[in-house]
Design a protein around this ligand. Structure first.
Ligand code: GLU
Length: 493
């Protein structure tokens, strides 16, 4: 690993809506890098774009991070449901740090690294349109850069609205090594004079995050590939402010199956959609970790602790990662089977008890839950799968007949009769899976019936379902009295 000291990372979402799954993956990677070096993971809220600000979004994002077990060590946290801060480098919400940004903006202006721009939006639109017609990359033409000091002062005194732009050294060549992308070179003349402060007094992301990453002692910035083209501006800002830049790792985009950028039209993109659908945090995080990161082995199931141990930024690929929900569903199944029966029962109990209130006082709930743990992918499926435990099913006669198992209409009455008699002969004390198996196998032997000829109708009569846990398991959990009652009621139809 490249770091010898503990590393500070950050995740700085903008509260413009729900947390994107790509954002959750970036948060996870940042968290892992901090944790594997016993460093700190910080969360900051970047709310300087007031037009896109969505009230309540911060709380929502923090709740999602908490669901994913990615609570920050420092920064913006939820304290008893309310947004609060933790740490001594705050405030951690950018709109509360405006005077800090102003101080550095003034410094850049004074040094000549930035200049005021008074151009109207109409002029800028026209300029861009003309550039497009000439097939040139859209870029500010530096009209205001040539204003004299007196002209600028006059406009400022007259209260003319303006922004502050970074003056890019056009002849400079900027080189940098990104932890994922390797060596990068940017030419100054291809970089736009970025707006640093807007006319409303708010900084743009570009200035604000550079200031914050420096003041908050961030060692490595892990963020989406969409920011790569802005990197030279950020490096220049560090240079002009006399600061050492952090390391950077730009993670690849998430893609739809057809390799276009992950979009709402083809996939759910909000982490909350996956929470609502019932995915386990373990499954979603395992899935996101593997989107772009190659563990270098055939291992695919990783718990958070295993991710902390095995993850490495160097093994994150440069190319886009396909968001394959079939893989997610497979991981979900794996994780459902991996959690303990006790935990599984605890997680489905509220869902099932909503329909079957008796669940709350059912001391056998865990035993029943254990029979379906291998069979479901989402917790709500438990309601239907477990319904027969709480309410005797209305069994359709044709469910009992099964050609493949050689359960014919003709043989069925005889089988049901034999089942009832045999089960009645079992002592209440010996009513367990093992014994039931022995007795029923013997019945099939004595009668020269195939096992399926006995077990299919028994299982179907007890559950009313074409697919369910096996006959012995179900009968054992239901108990002697209920099992026989269900067989009798089917026999009589
Ligand atoms: N506020 C930015 C965003 O939400 C953060 C980008 C970064 O990680 O620097 O995209």
């Amino acid at each position: 690993m490249w770091y010898l000291k503990s590393v500070r990372t950050r995740f700085p979402p903008s509260p413009t809506g729900l947390l994107h799954v790509g954002g959750l993956r970036t948060a996870l990677y940042s968290y892992l890098v901090a944790k594997q070096s016993k460093g700190e993971f910080l969360v900051r809220i970047e709310d300087t774009d007031r037009e896109r600000f969505v009230p309540g979004a911060t709380k929502n994002i923090l709740r999602t991070l908490h669901w994913a077990d990615l609570d920050p060590d420092e920064g913006v946290i939820l304290d008893q449901g309310e947004v609060s801060g933790k740490g001594n480098r705050g405030p951690y919400i950018q709109s509360q740090r405006l005077d800090i940004y102003k101080k550095y903006a003034d410094e850049l202006l004074k040094k000549g690294s930035a200049y005021r721009c008074f151009c109207s939006s109409e002029r800028l639109d026209q300029m861009r349109e003309d550039q497009q017609k000439r097939k040139e990359a859209p870029m500010y033409d530096r009209l205001c850069c040539s204003l004299s000091e007196e002209e600028v002062q006059k406009k400022v005194d007259a209260g003319e609205s303006h922004v502050l732009r970074l003056k890019i050294p056009r002849s400079e060549k900027i080189t940098f090594t990104d932890d994922i992308r390797g060596n990068l070179t940017f030419m100054g003349h291809t970089i736009d004079d970025q707006v640093l402060m807007k006319s409303d007094g708010f900084p743009t992301y570009h200035l604000a995050h550079v200031v914050d990453d420096h003041l908050m002692d961030i060692d490595i910035v892990i963020r989406g590939e969409e920011w790569l083209s802005s990197l030279p501006k950020h490096l220049l800002l560090f240079q002009e402010l006399g600061w050492k830049p952090p390391r950077y790792a730009h993670v690849p985009l998430l893609l739809n199956k057809d390799k276009t950028k992950l979009s709402k039209r083809q996939n759910d993109v909000a982490a909350e959609d996956y929470i609502d659908k019932g995915y386990l945090p373990e499954a979603l995080l395992n899935f996101l970790a593997l989107l772009g990161w190659n563990p270098g082995t055939s291992e695919e199931i990783f718990s958070m602790d295993e991710l902390i141990e095995n993850f490495s930024i160097e093994r994150v690929q440069k190319s886009g990662a396909i968001f394959d929900t079939e893989k997610l569903d497979w991981l979900q199944g794996q994780w459902i089977r991996k959690i303990s029966v006790n935990e599984f029962a605890d997680r489905i109990r509220p869902v099932v008890s909503e329909k079957y209130h008796e669940v709350e006082n059912d001391s056998d709930f865990e035993a029943k839950a254990s029979l379906i743990q291998d069979r479901l992918t989402f917790f709500p499926e438990a309601v239907e799968m477990m319904g027969f435990f709480y309410k005797a099913p209305k069994v359709k006669a044709d469910l009992l007949v099964n050609e493949k198992q050689k359960v014919t209409k003709e043989i069925l009455p005889e089988v049901m009769e034999a089942l009832k008699d045999t089960l009645e002969s079992i002592d209440e004390k010996g009513w367990d899976e093992e014994n039931l198996k022995e007795v029923l196998f013997k019945l099939s032997e004595d009668k020269e019936w195939k096992k399926g000829q006995v077990l299919w109708p028994l299982r179907a009569a007890l559950t009313g379902l074409p697919y369910s846990p096996g006959a012995f398991e179900v009968a054992s959990v239901l108990g002697k009295e209920e099992t026989i009652a269900r067989i009798a009621s089917v026999k009589n139809t």
